[in-house]
Design a protein around this ligand. Structure first.
Ligand code: GTP
Ligand code: MG
Length: 422
């Protein structure tokens, strides 16, 4: 199988900070808390797009960051949330965490969305912390940092376009001119033994995958010259480029060749006869080709597009490729495999935190806790108390006790160290 791969960095926007503020009104000496919440940061979202065929775009841009949320303000004003950053990726792409190799998502259906880096929640303003006991709280939260990670993208390349024709027609030479594929090329038949794939990138930013398939011969539909195997590959492609040796090398007749190959396609599977086909009349740099081109054109008529090309000199290849790109748009995508009705999926790690003991210090790690840590203003006593309460609710205290923590033992979270108090 052939794969296209890319690795990109994604980061959700940080949440805006919550504000600490109090109402100031005439005749009201001690106004209530009025600090607004911070806005949430934008998420980085991948959306599956059946119009995209390869991952070439990700070779040029590798960093994707969503905007941060605005900070909360006084007078109860909340910060505005940031927009999500939407990135289109081809249907069929498998997304994994690049560092851990953890599977994140398989884009199987057009329009499917997955959050690959969630934006941070906005911090709450002090207005949210008022209680009967404390009517003037001075605590607010900082914004939650957005998630960030490197993700790897992997796309199983399905050939959009198949090159078919007799051995020696110039299929391998053609793919080597329009893509980075480097197949073996030689002037004897059956040079190509297995299909080669190449990615064609057009100047307007479009790209598609082309397959150089070994030459077919008469009787291929019955298995002659491994015909079955090669025809099976062609079956999966959506557009066919029929390469004809217009020079009539070794006494061949281009019209006869053209007819024979089409007969083989139809005999193998009638669907193949209806597949959009473009004829590439190759080897036009050879003088004899001119005469043959006329009879080929006459035979084909106006129904089928014909391009006179030379795979060796490169003449005529550009219009041929643009025509193919245009045809691909009309034929629709490969059959989608639907496994889920859910369109947006959020992947949550199983473990919430870990506690490890080293040199008498209990080290607490975990994204969720590190997040709360980042959102806490440690110069503010109330905020610290709140943070400790969160640890308790999450079960960190219990885990510490389980691992034998006692009064006075050192606990570490990030660069914060404090004593355990049972
Ligand atoms: N003059 C000329 N020769 C060409 C052209 N394209 C291909 N050839 C030659 O034709 C021969 C066969 O080319 P390939 O590209 O290997 O042909 P193929 O269709 O891949 O052949 P198989 O792999 O056997 O099916 C080589 O010697 C090429 O150099 C062309 O446009 N002009
Ligand atoms: Mg070849």
């Amino acid at each position: 199988m052939f794969y296209d791969r890319a690795k990109v960095f994604v980061k959700g926007g940080d949440g805006g900070n919550g504000a600490v503020a109090f109402r100031r009104e005439k005749y009201v000496p001690l106004g209530g808390p009025s600090g607004g919440d911070g806005g949430s940061g934008g998420s980085v979202i991948f959306i599956a797009d059946e119009g995209l065929r390869t991952l070439v775009d990700f070779r040029y841009q590798r960093h994707y960051k969503a905007d941060r949320g605005e900070h909360g303000q006084g007078k109860g004003m909340h910060g505005r949330g940031a927009e999500d950053l939407i990135i289109r990726i081809p249907v069929g792409t498998v997304i994994k965490d690049a560092e851990t190799g953890e599977f994140i998502f398989d884009m199987v259906e057009n329009g499917q969305q997955v959050v690959v880096a969630a934006g941070g929640r906005g911090g709450r303003g002090n207005a949210r912390f008022a209680t009967a006991a404390n009517k003037a709280p001075r605590v607010s939260e900082k914004g939650e940092p957005g998630e960030e990670r490197w993700v790897s993208l992997e796309l199983k390349l399905l050939a959009d376009v198949g090159l078919v024709g007799f051995p020696n027609a110039g299929k391998s030479t053609l793919i080597s001119r329009v893509s980075a594929a480097k197949p073996k090329i030689a002037d004897y038949p059956f040079t190509t033994l297995v299909p080669n794939l190449g990615v064609v990138s057009l100047a307007d930013g479009e790209s598609f995958v082309i397959a150089d398939i070994p030459g077919l011969i008469e009787g291929a539909h019955q298995g002659a010259g491994l015909g079955h195997e090669f025809l099976r590959h062609i079956e999966r492609t959506r557009v066919i480029i029929h390469v004809v040796d217009t020079a009539g090398s070794e006494g061949r007749d281009p019209v006869e060749d053209y007819v024979t190959i089409n007969k083989e396609l139809a005999a193998y599977n009638p669907v193949l006869a209806k597949r959009p086909q473009v004829v590439a009349a190759n080897k036009m740099d050879v003088p004899e080709a001119e005469e043959n081109l006329k009879s080929l054109k006459q035979h084909i008529g106006d129904e089928t597009d014909l391009f006179a090309i030379s795979a060796v000199t490169g003449d005529g290849l550009e219009p041929l490729m643009f025509k193919v790109a245009e045809l691909l748009k009309t034929v629709g995508p490969a059959e989608p495999i639907v496994t889920e009705d859910e369109k947006v999926t959020r992947v949550v790690p199983a473990e919430r935190f870990t506690v490890t003991k080293e040199d008498g210090v209990f080290d607490i790690k975990g994204k969720e806790i590190e997040r709360h840590y980042a959102m806490t203003d440690f110069n503010n006593e109330d905020a610290v108390k709140r943070f400790l309460r969160i640890l308790k609710v999450m079960g960190v205290d219990d885990e510490l006790r389980q691992q034998g923590a006692q009064n006075g033992d050192t606990i570490r979270i990030g660069n914060l160290e404090f004593d355990f108090v049972d």
